[in-house]
Design a protein around this ligand. Structure first.
Ligand code: PLP
Length: 343
């Protein structure tokens, strides 16, 4: 199958599986797993932070970070479309007793500074205590403007707020901006990074921050059920991904640009401006489910969404040749089943 639903769908490569099979392991709840310890130290160092903590998922890493920043009755400022707010089951509220204060995004994915300023609550018993600003980079595939990130972090500090980055795809942002991981992470107190997206590992996320924050997060990780034992086999996959799959993210970005151009030639589709490894396309509603099933029969998986644009995601397991197949299949669909939208 050619699977464009997400960059989470990659399978571990042979080299990655070999690294996993030969990983040295120990009990990580006791801090005894050398492969995890090495990965935590090396990611923290690359990110320019004191410490790192390995998690089974980005959802748990984000939640433990929010809980390390905020206590019961505290509040975090976040975007309406942010993963920690919209796509993590409301965990901050449900499990952390942390109130989200969601804000609308600007078109570039940022949270306007004036909205952030307007959302910070006065110290008053009527209000939750605003404690944290959480940004996401990339967001919807877009890289947040570097100048904006600095300004937003400075604004948060003006009010004594912490600043967290959901950097599930921060390596895509770094590669696209030709910046280092340290540059991308510098404005933040904590950053959560996924290895299971474009980097191609089967499992794993890393939270980085200062020692005190990471110690608080370690306790919450245990509470949340994320204390793993001989998980060095997983960390080995992540180390392998860091070594072999970071620079190649540029190929995914090139493929996305190529696909956006090629789909732009199909009159029935509206291609939105693409960014990093994602292409967003509006497929007319009346075609969406027929196109999905047509492509499925050709061995192509996409997830078209009604009302909103469909997202096509580039990753390790999608080649340019496969994208050519996808474009040809979509063209064929419209040749054999003309859209009923008047052209
Ligand atoms: C995937 C993702 C996460 C974490 O997801 P998990 O599936 O729990 O690892 C967090 N934030 C963003 C932006 C993501 O895309």
């Amino acid at each position: 199958m050619i699977d464009l639903r997400s960059d989470t769908v990659t399978r571990p490569t042979a080299g990655m599986r070999a690294a996993m099979a030969s990983a040295e392991v120990g009990d990580d709840v006791y801090g005894d797993d050398p492969t995890i310890n090495r990965l935590q130290a090396s990611v923290a160092q690359q990110a320019g932070k004191q410490s790192g903590l390995f998690f089974p998922s980005g959802t748990q890493s984000n939640l433990a970070a929010l809980m390390a920043h905020c206590g019961r009755g505290d509040e975090y400022i976040v975007g309406q479309q942010s993963h920690t707010y919209k796509y993590e089951g409301g965990g901050a509220a449900v499990l952390g007793s942390i109130q989200p204060q969601p804000l609308d995004h600007a078109a570039d994915g940022s949270l306007p500074l004036a909205s952030i300023r307007g959302a910070v609550k006065l110290v008053d018993p009527h209000f939750a205590r605003t404690r944290l600003l959480a940004l996401e980079n990339t967001i919807g595939g877009k890289v947040l403007p570097a100048g904006y990130v600095l300004e937003a972090a400075a604004l948060a500090r003006e009010y004594g707020l912490g600043v967290h980055l959901d950097g599930a795809r921060v390596f895509n942002a770094a590669v696209a901006s030709k910046a280092s991981l340290q540059d991308m992470c510098a404005p933040f107190d904590s950053v959560s990074i996924c290895f299971s997206k474009g980097l191609g590992a089967p499992v794993g996320s890393m939270l980085v921050g200062d020692e005190a924050l990471i110690e608080r997060a370690r306790r919450w990780r245990k509470v949340l059920g994320g204390g793993m034992r001989q998980a060095g086999v997983l960390a080995a996959a992540c180390s392998y991904a860091l070594e072999h799959h970071v620079d190649r993210l540029a190929e995914d970005h090139d493929n996305a640009a190529w696909l956006a151009r090629a789909l732009g030639e199909i009159g029935e589709l509206e291609v939105l401006p693409h960014a990093t490894n994602m292409v967003f396309v509006r497929i007319p509603d009346q075609d969406a489910s027929a196109l999905d099933s047509y492509l499925y029969e050709q061995g192509i998986l996409i997830r078209s969404s009604y009302g909103g644009p469909s997202r096509l995601v580039m990753h390790l397991d999608v080649s340019r040749a496969q994208l050519e197949t996808v474009v040809a299949a979509i063209k064929q669909f419209y040749l054999t089943r003309p859209s009923c939208v008047p052209q």
